[in-house]
Write a protein that binds this ligand. Structure first.
Ligand code: HPA
Length: 250
């Protein structure tokens, strides 16, 4: 079963038939994880708004373990995660999208593993390639199809390195210079430990990242939430169309 994890700008999904709201109790949180079962023709998938249904949970307080465990309990084997990011690479213009193929994790103080010491043996997953190549391909194919059906073509970068920072504050200009030197192309706050937790549970996982601003220090203008939301509104139409295409091809 496929799941879509929605990020900032994607707390709701339009264009699908809502079948059922589900609340799953996991051993990782007091509160239940709230998800929605959606249908589209004979297809079914699960939608999880990462920041909660009313977008109140900030990146550093998201219970990533509860979210991924709940999806696994529902039989999810594939995840397409949507992430809003700041652009570091010069040709990743705000308003365009990317399907990253690498990441560097700069976040901290998060519960990063299901192998949490109560187990008999220490466990290490292979994370050489953090994203599922087959899901990446499906996202890129879906984006190509959507572009071929619309008048204006939406730019989608087919690779890139995602930097996950702790947040919720945005970065300093020096931090972004360092990330650029490290080889990062985009920066967000929610990509990890989501991706590695999915790998621990053997769920195929990839991300569709939407560039919503130039990262700190890369443009003259200050970064404002108003500007970010304007770009998000424009981009989410494309993202939703890509999701519809992925579901139909699943
Ligand atoms: N930095 C970190 N996370 C983000 C940004 C950013 O500039 N934009 C959207 N998410």
């Amino acid at each position: 079963m496929l799941a879509i994890i929605g990020g900032t700008g994607l707390s709701e999904l339009q264009g699908f038939e809502q079948l059922e709201k589900v609340a799953i109790k996991t051993r990782y949180a007091h509160a239940k994880v709230r998800l929605v079962r959606f249908g589209s023709g004979d297809k079914e998938f699960i939608f999880l708004p990462r920041h909660g249904a009313d977008h109140k949970v900030p990146p550093h307080e998201i219970n990533y373990r509860a979210n991924i465990a709940a999806l696994s309990d529902l039989g999810v084997t594939e995840i397409v995660a949507v992430n809003a990011v700041g652009a570091i690479r010069g040709d990743f213009l705000p308003g365009s999208a990317a399907v990253p193929d690498q990441l560097i994790d700069y976040s901290h103080s998060r519960d990063v593993s299901f192998y949490d010491g109560k187990l008999k043996a220490v466990h290490h997953i292979d994370f050489t390639n953090p994203y599922s190549e087959s899901i990446r391909k499906r996202i890129l194919e879906a984006a190509k199809t959507v572009n071929s059906h619309s008048k204006t073509s939406y730019e989608v970068m087919n690779s890139g390195t995602y930097a996950c920072t702790q947040g919720p504050r945005l970065e300093t200009a020096a931090e972004i210079r360092r990330l650029a030197q490290d080889g990062c192309d985009m920066v967000g706050m929610t990509g990890m430990p989501e991706a590695s937790l999915a790998r621990e549970l053997e769920i195929e996982y990839a991300s569709l990242a939407l560039s919503v601003n130039w990262a700190a220090g890369l443009s003259e203008a200050p970064i404002t939430l108003e500007d970010i939301h304007l770009v998000l509104e424009g981009g989410m139409e494309f993202i939703s169309a890509v999701i519809i295409e992925i579901v139909q091809q699943s």
